[in-house]
Design a protein around this ligand. Sequence first.
Ligand SMILES: *[C@@H]1O[C@H](CO)[C@@H](O)[C@H](O)[C@H]1NC(C)=O
Ligand SMILES: *[C@@H]1O[C@H](CO)[C@@H](O)[C@H](O)[C@H]1NC(C)=O
Ligand SMILES: *[C@@H]1O[C@H](CO)[C@@H](O)[C@H](O)[C@H]1NC(C)=O
Ligand SMILES: *[C@@H]1O[C@H](CO)[C@@H](O)[C@H](O)[C@H]1NC(C)=O
Ligand SMILES: *[C@@H]1O[C@H](CO)[C@@H](O)[C@H](O)[C@H]1NC(C)=O
Ligand SMILES: *[C@@H]1O[C@H](CO)[C@@H](O)[C@H](O)[C@H]1NC(C)=O
Length: 597
Amino acid sequence: MAWLIILLLCAGNSNARYLDYIHKNSPHLEDTVFSLLVRLQLEEFFDTLLLYGEDCVFHSSSRRLNVSTVLVSSGSSNFDWNFSSLTLILSCSHEEENETNYHTLAKLQRNRRLVYLRGDIQPQSVCERYLQKEQYNVATIAEDFDKSKIVYACRHFKDPNIEEISLLDSTPVFIEQFRNMYGKPIRAVADLLSPRSMLYMDPKTGDMKITGYVANLVNTFAERVNATLELDVLAKKFIVKQIFNMIDNEQLDIGISLESSFRMKFIEISSYPYILTSYCLMVQVPAKLPYNLVYAMIIDPIVLGIIFVVFLLLSILLIYSQKMSWQDLSLANILLNDKSLRGLLGQSFPFPLNASKKLRLIITILCFASIMLTTMYEAYLQSFFTNPPSEPEICSFQDVGSYNRRIAMSALEVNGLIKTNNSHFREIRMDDLEIFDNMPECYELRDAFNLSYNYVVTGDRWRSYAEQQTLFKEPVFYFARDLCFSRLIFLSVPLRRHLPYRHLFDEHMMQQHEFGFVNYWMSHSFFDMVRLGLTSLKDLSRPLAYTPSLLMDDISWIMKIYLAAIVLCVFCFLLEIGVDKWKRWMKFRNLQILNTC
Ligand SMILES: *[C@@H]1O[C@H](CO)[C@@H](O)[C@H](O)[C@H]1NC(C)=O
Ligand SMILES: *[C@@H]1O[C@H](CO)[C@@H](O)[C@H](O)[C@H]1NC(C)=O
Ligand SMILES: *[C@@H]1O[C@H](CO)[C@@H](O)[C@H](O)[C@H]1NC(C)=O
Ligand SMILES: *[C@@H]1O[C@H](CO)[C@@H](O)[C@H](O)[C@H]1NC(C)=O
Ligand SMILES: *[C@@H]1O[C@H](CO)[C@@H](O)[C@H](O)[C@H]1NC(C)=O
Ligand SMILES: *[C@@H]1O[C@H](CO)[C@@H](O)[C@H](O)[C@H]1NC(C)=O
């Protein structure tokens, strides 16, 4: 047994020595690589090493560095790793890194890579190989690194695409290459939905250019990284759906368009949120009541009832306090009390001589009530004639349909809302929606303030409508703040999935916000549209040529009722005279009959 243990120990020992021998076959190389790693850590800190390949100089050097190391000797982890962004990738040969997991690949796209080249493999070809995989942050060292002390760093926008950096130089090995793209094109396409992106011809150079608060973001970015936008492609009109498809298929780098958080794939194929806004209905301002209905409007049955009760009470009190008895109390005296009636209507009436204190008091109450009544109705009527009241506003999503105005929406937006199971959207009946397959068509109606529909609008777009409406005689639409599908949606710029300069774009976007440019572009968007002839300063509220005032025709029904009442009175009067005459004639005849007897 003891023998066996000794034997095993010996075997283990010799094995360890053998491994040591392999690692220490070039102690010089290991030292130099170690110093390179220390230098790289100083350049930009890393706390994880990802080591691809079986066994090479990186293994022994990395052990001396106090950094956690992940060994991927098979070349592929096939595992959805969540590596820290502070990871340095070391690869024992240019063919070792054979990552197949899509998510891991995407996460590691930007990380720095150091590749150890054996034999006579040219660094140029290695750079090309990584370029095809869209991995740009690559540097290589050769077998004679301990002697040459030269790192070959890939520089994709330069010719030649390799920079030789000596360990003794202070030039950084890895640089942010996309800070200067040396005029390389960015493939971008605009949806040309004003005011987010608008095409125009530069009068000085005759070139086609693009402006608007989304286009400006891309323009300034291209300018900043010294890239060009492919303008001939820009000029073609693409609809939003096509742009999203092109982004999905990686045919485009940047879509000059905005995509809302209602689309599910959100973060992978779009930038950091560019605009945070609300998504609400744009509803027609309710029409004013016509003047001929104002009079009917102020006659409220409850108020009339109260006035009638007050009239009855005052009549009873007047009758009682005149003689301090209920002697004259009768239905006719109460209902047809002329003093009470005239008093309430603010007319003069005979004041009884030697009136008692109580009667005077009641007459004072009557006068007060009459002043209150007449001034109230006068004020009511006059203010409504100057500014007629509006018809009721839409208060909830359920009653959208009850006002004869359907909501115009594009199919893309409807699908987004259905997909996110939007609770407000579910309240709307499908009959109340007019769905347009063609998104620009729907937007054209909205831009023309077409009164056939209500619309949905985002807060950013509403800003320019609000600006435009200040020119109108009367506003046509209002932004229904309590009818929102969402009070906070993120709008982001669609970006290709593997866009290598996504971080630069996001950083640029946030800086534009910090400097207040985005706000400035948005506040100018309406006047930019006018300048480019995309909209006019015309009053689209279609004001009526004249505002019809109150005509005799409008109150004719009051006159008709009045006439009917007069006719009734005359009839009653005639009936009374007639009855009286007939009674007298009957009496006279009876007398005659008596006389003749
Ligand atoms: C690594 O850590 C050990 C102890 O934690 C320390 O003695 C050593 O100096 C460290 N090495 C480096 C290169 O920082
Ligand atoms: C990495 O993150 C993704 C999603 O965030 C998750 O599905 C996956 O399980 C994580 N991987 C590990 C190894 O934790
Ligand atoms: C990379 O991995 C794939 C599948 O995992 C395999 O078919 C291929 O041979 C590997 N390539 C190299 C160079 O190891
Ligand atoms: C920008 O790119 C052009 C090539 O298109 C190049 O000539 C110029 O030097 C670059 N500008 C800077 C500041 O590097
Ligand atoms: C949508 O949400 C409601 C409750 O908010 C839920 O009852 C319903 O099942 C959801 N529908 C879908 C398709 O997720
Ligand atoms: C508004 O749109 C409707 C339906 O699309 C159309 O029939 C009508 O002519 C438009 N009105 C105006 C004023 O353009």
